[in-house]
Design a protein around this ligand. Structure first.
Ligand SMILES: [Zn+2]
Ligand SMILES: [Zn+2]
Length: 166
């Protein structure tokens, strides 16, 4: 969504609210199987004595897959975006600044950047998810499996080492 801020720029102290749905076709995240609701972006741009400040909340319901136990689960997702908008950049290094084109802001670019920046690279069904047994594949959240501890590959390697020495 493009937002024309020329009116806002002309009146310091004013505020322009916005709300839109972000297209997500090009936003595949590891662990996200589907977007169960549209990704909504709600926020406002304020003119603080000539400085344009944007704040927005991005939210959606996601269908995720746990990176450890591979369980599928719905997850409400929410993150925030904050940025300054300017016609020209005074400091090339200021990452929080976005350029306007003839007073028009590209809100989708800002929302997309915030989403990518904030997204956790590893989606887990719960923080202490125990995952699956590497051997038998049992979901260890449901209890321990019957695999014996001494079959740990590290112990096997050690055992072989000792055998070779004898
Ligand atoms: Zn899990
Ligand atoms: Zn097992």
């Amino acid at each position: 969504m493009k937002l024309d801020l020329n009116e806002l720029i002309a009146s310091p102290g004013s505020k322009r609210e916005f709300s839109f749905e972000l297209p997500v076709d090009d936003l595949p995240f590891d662990g996200v199987l589907a977007y169960l609701t549209p990704v909504t972006v709600r926020g406002a741009v304020e003119n603080h004595a000539g400085l344009l400040e944007l704040h927005a909340v991005i939210s959606a319901e996601l269908l995720c897959q746990c990176a450890r136990c591979l369980k599928e689960f719905p997850m409400p997702y929410r993150c925030e975006a904050a940025a300054y908008l300017a016609d020209e950049l005074e400091d090339e290094d200021s990452e929080d600044y976005y350029l306007l084109t003839n007073g028009v802001a590209d809100l989708e670019e800002i929302a997309r950047d915030a989403l990518i920046f904030n997204f956790e690279p590893r989606v887990l069904c719960k923080e202490d998810c125990k995952g699956l047994c590497e051997k038998c594949g049992k979901d260890l959240n449901d209890g321990p499996c019957d695999c014996k501890e001494d079959q740990d590959p590290r112990w096997l390697a050690l055992g072989q080492l000792l055998e070779n020495e004898n």
